[in-house]
Design a protein around this ligand. Structure first.
Ligand SMILES: [Fe+2]
Ligand SMILES: [Fe+2]
Length: 254
């Protein structure tokens, strides 16, 4: 990547630390249109090597995902249904549905003025959602133990590192939500409402963002750098780890 592009990326990242992503989105979009995925990955890696906090790179994603939105459909069309990447994308689709449900549940609770106004099945619904979100662990495990090491083997270090960090953050949020669901207690309604809204809001935003980055940056990069012949073994290794209770039916590779 040209030095001028790295410089430009650094400038955008610096601005994103003090300004809202909305404000720098246009500039980031112009920049991103001038680089391809490989260049962006190379730039991100270089920034990490120079000591930039990998977490700050996440700010660029809001802009990146807008331009890459239709690339996902193209990617899906290129791989068979039981390809390890296709299974991960299909699981993302299910996780996104849970997040929409969580958001709707939060809307219901924010409209309620007292615990009595909550839907009768509130905790039942919450437990169901928390259970499924926690059950996504096998999905993360397949990424961390099978896919990411392969990406690293073929030279992509930075993005998987960011994704692993995000998994850690997400795990903690899911655990917290699960605790709230299992307790089945409301206590002080105003406090409960506030905590639930903050927690679910954070989880929904972070997990959606994470999924977008994987679907639009990481997985396409994996398909580009990992040789075709390697995917069968990746599939059998993924089978060994296993799938989530919500994984759409697919043929095992092995
Ligand atoms: Fe992930
Ligand atoms: Fe994922």
């Amino acid at each position: 990547m040209q030095k001028s592009k790295i410089k430009k990326l650094k400038k955008i990242l610096e601005r994103s630390e003090t300004e809202s992503p909305e404000d720098i989105k246009e500039e980031a979009k112009d920049f991103l249109q001038s680089v391809d995925t490989n260049e962006l990955i190379a730039a991100e890696q270089e920034m990490i090597e120079r000591g930039v906090d990998p977490a700050s790179l996440g700010h660029l994603c809001a802009a990146h995902l807008e331009i890459m939105a239709d690339d996902l459909d193209k990617m899906k069309a290129q791989i068979p249904e039981n390809h390890p990447i296709a299974v991960l994308v299909a699981e993302h689709d299910e996780i996104l549905k849970f997040l929409t449900e969580l958001e709707q549940l939060n809307q219901k609770i924010s409209l309620a003025k007292s615990a009595e106004q909550l839907p009768k099945k509130f905790f039942g619904q919450l437990q169901h959602l928390a259970h499924h979100l926690v059950a996504a662990e096998k999905h993360h495990q397949r990424e961390e133990e099978v896919l990411f090491p392969q990406l690293e083997k073929y030279g992509v270090y930075g993005p998987p590192q960011i994704m692993v960090m995000e998994h850690t953050t997400l795990r903690a949020l899911k655990k917290e939500l699960s605790k709230m669901a299992e307790s089945g207690k409301i206590g002080d309604f105003v406090k409960f409402k506030e905590k639930f809204s903050k927690l679910s809001g954070e989880l929904v935003a972070n997990l959606r963002d994470h999924i977008f980055k994987e679907n639009n940056i990481l997985y396409p990069a994996a398909l580009k750098v990992i040789p075709k012949a390697k995917w069968k073994k990746i599939g059998t290794d993924a089978d060994k780890i296993g799938y989530c209770c919500f994984t759409p039916q697919h043929k095992l590779v092995s």
